[in-house]
Design a protein around this ligand. Structure first.
Ligand SMILES: Nc1ncnc2c1ncn2[C@@H]1O[C@H](COP(=O)(O)OP(=O)(O)O)[C@@H](O)[C@H]1O
Ligand SMILES: [Mg+2]
Length: 317
């Protein structure tokens, strides 16, 4: 193995060490995965049904099965613009996904302004819009000629109330910014989630013109309520087949998996393990193949050790 060129564990500084080139999916800024994603059987139908029905698509499946990547390809193919991403945690709530109002920041700015005026400065305008920031869902619901793409990632990590709260907004495709209504500000240019651009909101009311294309992903950690499921198109990532994995490897690594070679053995072993219910992800296999065909080309016991290191079951520590 050629690891000697990097970390050796001898504490000697070698400042001229050149690290191996990163795998294509670990270069930054990262490239879109749209071109290399290979949809498993049935996914294309599910995506098109969700698009046609203007319903969210709920994708369940194990880790690393490509759930979070699907939307990149859909958005790229249909020119839906950059994907809006909302990564759900137990602290996520609907209000933050729609918009945030920085009340403290506004009070602070108001005090500063008063001090400046006392010192003879110009009178300022108190524009509440400067302290409003749309969230990913709020931005997705802005009127636009084409639907925006919104990823609600790992919805099963959410607090129990979130799916019900979401349902309401997704049914109506609208929301109100109560701070604007309360203060009677008829027009406000509010910042969007993913860019510095602003969008004009009138009467504190946002109503979508095209329902966004929403993909929600779930590892199945929590059951979602039936009324919520009823309004989604649901798709479960199937266990990968040897044919699909060969295509994925070709797409990501430009590597042909010939029958019977050592790479084929790794691929087939991966497919066998997943079919048997083990939790191993495609990215683990891709990483292993990248190293074994590049910086860590090795044989025998060394090769086996590396495979054992990288292909560990995810359910263990
Ligand atoms: N069918 C597939 N085609 C191409 N790449 C895939 C596929 N499935 C998984 N991957 C790759 O595996 C990695 C993990 O995918 P990700 O979408 O993060 O999985 P998940 O969200 O299901 O945990 C990504 O780098 C993705 O490109
Ligand atoms: Mg994911």
């Amino acid at each position: 193995m050629t690891w000697d060129a990097y970390y050796r564990g001898d504490g000697v500084t070698r400042a001229d060490t050149v690290l191996p080139k990163p795998p294509p999916w670990r270069t930054f800024p990262s490239r879109s995965a749209a071109e290399v994603f290979r949809p498993p059987d049935g996914l294309i139908e599910a995506v098109n049904a969700a698009l046609a029905l203007r319903r969210p698509l709920l994708i369940t499946g194990g880790p690393g099965t490509g759930k979070s990547t699907v939307i990149e390809q859909v958005a790229a193919e249909l020119a839906l613009g950059p994907v809006l991403r909302w990564h759900v945690t137990s602290r996520s709530n609907l209000a933050d996904a729609l918009y945030r109002y920085d009340a403290l920041g506004r009070i602070h700015a108001h005090r500063l302004q008063q001090e400046m005026e006392r010192a003879g400065g110009e009178a300022g305008v108190d524009d509440i819009a400067a302290f409003l920031h749309l969230g990913p869902l709020g931005t997705a619901l802005l009127p636009s000629p084409r639907p925006r793409a919104l990823l609600i990632d790992e919805i099963d990590k959410a607090d129990l109330d979130l799916p019900g709260d979401l349902l309401d907004v997704m049914e109506r495709g609208e929301f109100r910014i109560s701070e604007l209504l309360r203060e009677g500000q008829d027009v406000a240019d509010v910042r969007m989630w993913d860019t510095a651009a602003r969008h004009r909101v009138e009467q504190g009311h946002v109503q979508c013109s095209e329902f966004p294309f929403i993909v929600m992903t779930s590892n199945g950690e929590q059951e979602l309520p039936a009324p919520f499921l009823r309004r989604c198109v649901r798709y479960t990532m199937p266990k990968p087949t040897a044919v699909l994995i060969r295509e994925v490897v070709r797409g990501h690594l430009q590597l042909e998996v010939s029958d019977g070679g050592p790479t084929a053995e790794l691929v087939d072993d991966f497919v066998r393990r997943v079919a048997a219910g083990e939790s191993v992800a495609v990215d683990q296999l891709l990483g292993t193949l990248h190293l074994l065909n590049g910086p860590a080309r090795s044989e025998g016991a060394e090769r086996e050790r590396l495979i054992a290191l990288l292909m560990k079951d995810l359910s263990g520590a």
